[in-house]
Design a protein around this ligand. Structure first.
Ligand SMILES: Cc1cc2nc3c(=O)[nH]c(=O)nc-3n(C[C@H](O)[C@H](O)[C@H](O)COP(=O)(O)OP(=O)(O)OC[C@H]3O[C@@H](n4cnc5c(N)ncnc54)[C@H](O)[C@@H]3O)c2cc1C
Length: 215
C-alpha cells in the first residue's frame, strides 16, 4: 500500500448533500477503475472513498454529507489543502469476460461505477447502468449520454418520476441478454438485498458473476 499526499484543486457542494473534491494526483497516477483511497484525517481517523473519476492527473472523490466524522472533517477541507491517503486499493474491478456488464448503483455507490463506465464506454457497448436514489437531486452525475443504457430509479415517497421504487423492480424487464455479470455498489444492506434478489429471481446468473462493493 502506498502513502500519498495530494492537493485539493477544487471543492464543490452538489445538491447540498455531497462534496466533490478534485485532487491533483499527477499524470503518472495509476489506478484500476473501481478502486478506492483511504483518507487519513486528523487523529489518524481513516475513511475509504472510491475514485469517482481520474483523468489527466485529476482525481474525483465524492462524499455524502451527513453527521458522520469523516463527512464533517471533509466539509472543513478547502481548495489548496492537502489530503493524506493510502492507495489506490481494492478489488472491485472490471472482469474481462464475454458477458454484458450490468452496473447497479444505489446512492453514492455510483462512485466506483462512474470510473468503470468512464473506462469501458469507448471499448465496449455491452453494458447497462441502473442507478437508484432517494430523491431526483441525488442524481449528481450526468449519464444521459448513455441513452437507453441508463435506467434511473427514484425511491422517495414525495417524488414524481417515471421509474419509482427500487432498482430490483426494473432489472428483469430491462435485461436484453441473459449472459450477464453484475457490478453492484452502495449501502451494505441494499447491496446484499439486490444480490439476494438476483440469485432468487434469475436462475441464469451464477453468484460468481455478481461482484459487489459494500459501503
Ligand atoms: C470501499 C469503500 C468505498 C467507499 N466509498 C465512498 C464514497 O465514494 N463516498 C462516500 O460518501 N462514502 C464512501 N464509503 C463510505 C465511507 O468510507 C464512510 O463509511 C462513510 O462516509 C461514513 O463515514 P463517516 O466518518 O462520515 O461517518 P461515521 O462517523 O463513521 O458514522 C457512520 C454513520 O453514522 C451516522 N452518524 C454518525 N455520527 C452521527 C451523529 N452525531 N448524528 C447522527 N448520525 C450520525 C451517520 O449516518 C454516518 O454516516 C466507502 C466505503 C467503503 C468501504
Amino acid at each position: 500500500m502506498v502513502n500519498n499526499t495530494s492537493k485539493i484543486v477544487r471543492k464543490e457542494i452538489l445538491s447540498n448533500k455531497y462534496i466533490l473534491f478534485k485532487l491533483d494526483v499527477g499524470k503518472e497516477f495509476k489506478y484500476i477503475p473501481g478502486q478506492y483511497l483511504i483518507f487519513i484525517f486528523e487523529n489518524n481517523l481513516r475513511r475509504s472513498y472510491s475514485i469517482a473519476s481520474c483523468k489527466d492527473g485529476i482525481l474525483d472523490i465524492c462524499i455524502k454529507i451527513d453527521e458522520g466524522l469523516g463527512a464533517q472533517l471533509s466539509l472543513k477541507l478547502n481548495e489548496g489543502d492537502t489530503i493524506n491517503f493510502i492507495g489506490p486499493v481494492g478489488t472491485f474491478n472490471l472482469h474481462e469476460d464475454s458477458k454484458s456488464k450490468i452496473f447497479i448503483a444505489t446512492g453514492v455507490g455510483i462512485t466506483p461505477i462512474r470510473s468503470m463506465i468512464e473506462y469501458i464506454q469507448d471499448k465496449e457497448s455491452n453494458f447497462k447502468l441502473f442507478w437508484g436514489v432517494r430523491n431526483k437531486d441525488d442524481f449528481i452525475f450526468d449519464f444521459s449520454y448513455l441513452g437507453n443504457k441508463y435506467i434511473q430509479v427514484v425511491s422517495g415517497k414525495d417524488e414524481t418520476f417515471e421509474r419509482k421504487g427500487h432498482v430490483n423492480e426494473y432489472l428483469l424487464d430491462n435485461l436484453e441478454d441473459k449472459n450477464v455479470s453484475f457490478y453492484i455498489c452502495g449501502n451494505s444492506f441494499i447491496v446484499t438485498d439486490i444480490k439476494r434478489y438476483i440469485i432468487e429471481n434469475m436462475d441464469f446468473v451464477t453468484p460468481e458473476y455478481i461482484y459487489t462493493e459494500k459501503f
